[in-house]
Design a protein around this ligand. Structure first.
Ligand code: SF4
Ligand code: SF4
Length: 444
């Protein structure tokens, strides 16, 4: 099967020789991942809740911490976090701006602290002096109710030059000398407004890796947007830097997009020609994508999403995948994926999805089209907020972020000629998606 390629593979998928039912669950059986440590598999017939146990731990680079391969990317309910820890998740991501440090603190204070790796992040804004950053970091410690933070990251570091912020490093050294911090990290999912290719995600993170002071990274990587992330992961391997992932699932809800198009068509009766054209472009793409989904049997959202996570887990340079655990159901969605790899037809299904539906995904950490927008709309940032809302279920957070955006918003896109769209190398019908995102994020 591994030899099926090109048209043969597509025909194989289309003919359904292996249908959705045989999509494949790639549990790891004696894999040879670098730095991995796999717990014995549960025996067949063991109780259901065995599935809700982490099955694999990987070494988080030079921190040498054995981190669960699935980890907590965002959690707001202390009861959910308690269950995550019971399941064996031991990496918790947070940030000053997430507003959930208190929740985390209320849970970890009752746990064996040294068995949990807690990360938080600070955006480099306003006061960049050592004192200013120290004061904010100490507030994180207070909210987290802990003696020490395992890793403190520069949040969403937008520029190569920020990597060397003196005040940040001086503050980190101070905290380390007090025993209040163990490691330093950095996160990036693109810039808030793309101006310079030299400030793209891969450039910033590779520069941080070469700087030598960063022990852990958080980056965007998935089966559609994989090239830049893969390069960063490779450098991290060479430098023995811990790698944590976000935004591993780029799968969109095409039927929902179609419904919204219908609504926009109704609402847009007396709207200018540009608006009608935008809707037609998006509708044509949605129809094509839908036909592709049908033809190649890609319509099982849950299995597609599982495969997307497995794509990330199958890369030996990835140490943990941060997932948003917004409710108890999300435990069932993500934890059983621990210890698994892409298997069966999953690889082909993902490739087919990328080919047929990839144009509905505005690539995280991209922003290539932004410089051509005459209005200065931060396309990629708005689409990222929309992703928080639509794909991660973080509605309030997404809306707050959008409300706080100081740049021009996507209400400007409605009556525009959509020059950004022609500048997108991936064919994303982004004018329409932005218009929908504005309606979603502002309840307009
Ligand atoms: S619309 Fe295209 S070019 Fe613009 S940010 Fe999204 S993926 Fe990049
Ligand atoms: S649709 Fe027009 S206003 Fe909106 S981002 Fe594109 S170019 Fe800018």
């Amino acid at each position: 099967m591994s030899n099926t390629s090109g048209m043969d593979r597509r025909r194989f998928l289309r003919n359904g020789a292996v249908g959705v039912g045989a999509f494949g669950v790639g549990m790891l059986g004696g894999g040879n991942l670098l730095h991995s440590q796999v717990e014995p598999q549960s025996q067949a017939g063991q109780e259901m809740n065995q599935a809700l146990k982490i099955k694999e731990y990987r070494t988080l680079g030079r921190t040498e911490f054995k981190v669960s391969d699935i980890s907590s990317g965002f959690v707001k309910d202390p009861a959910v976090l308690g269950k995550l820890l019971d399941a064996g998740i031991n990496y918790i991501d947070s940030a000053e701006s997430y507003g959930n440090e208190e929740v985390i603190g209320s849970v970890i204070k009752n746990r064996d602290r040294k068995k949990i790796f807690v990360t938080t992040k600070l955006e480099l804004k306003d006061d960049l002096s050592k004192e200013g950053i120290l004061a904010r970091a100490r507030k994180c410690l207070e909210r987290l109710q802990t003696d020490y933070i395992d890793c403190l990251m520069i949040h969403s570091c937008e520029k190569v030059s920020l990597i060397k912020t003196e005040g940040f490093h001086a503050a980190m050294q101070q905290l380390k000398s007090e025993g209040r911090l163990r490691f330093i990290g950095i996160s990036n999912h693109g810039t808030n407004f793309f101006k310079d290719p030299e400030e793209a995600m891969d450039k910033v993170l590779i520069a941080a890796a070469l700087d030598g002071r960063f022990d852990v990274m958080l980056l965007a990587y998935n089966f559609i947007q994989d090239d830049k992330g893969a390069e960063v992961l490779k450098v991290c391997r060479e430098k023995n830097i811990g790698t944590t992932l976000m935004k591993v699932n780029p799968i969109g809800k095409i039927p929902m997009i179609k419904e919204r198009i219908e609504k926009m068509k109704k609402d847009g009766k007396e709207i200018p020609e540009a608006y009608t054209q935008m809707i037609s472009r998006m509708e044509a793409k949605a129809k094509k994508a839908e036909a592709f989904i049908k033809e190649y049997r890609l319509d099982d959202d849950r299995r597609m999403s599982d495969a997307a996570v497995r794509f990330a887990l199958s890369n030996p340079d990835v140490h943990t995948v941060c997932c948003a655990f917004l409710n108890f159901e999300s435990l069932d969605a993500f934890i059983p994926l621990s210890g698994s790899r892409l298997a069966g037809m999953e690889k082909e299904k993902l490739a087919a999805y990328k080919e047929g539906c990839g144009s509905f995904y505005c690539r995280h950490a991209c922003g290539l089209c932004e410089p051509v927008c005459p209005q200065g709309v931060p396309v990629n940032t708005i689409m990222r907020f929309n992703h928080y809302y639509e794909a991660q279920g973080k509605e309030k957070f997404a809306m707050k972020q959008y409300a706080r955006l100081s740049a021009p918003k996507a209400d400007r896109c409605r009556n525009c000629t959509g020059v950004c769209e022609s500048a997108c190398p991936y064919g994303v019908p982004v004018q329409g998606l932005l218009t929908m995102a504005h309606r979603t994020l502002s309840l307009a």
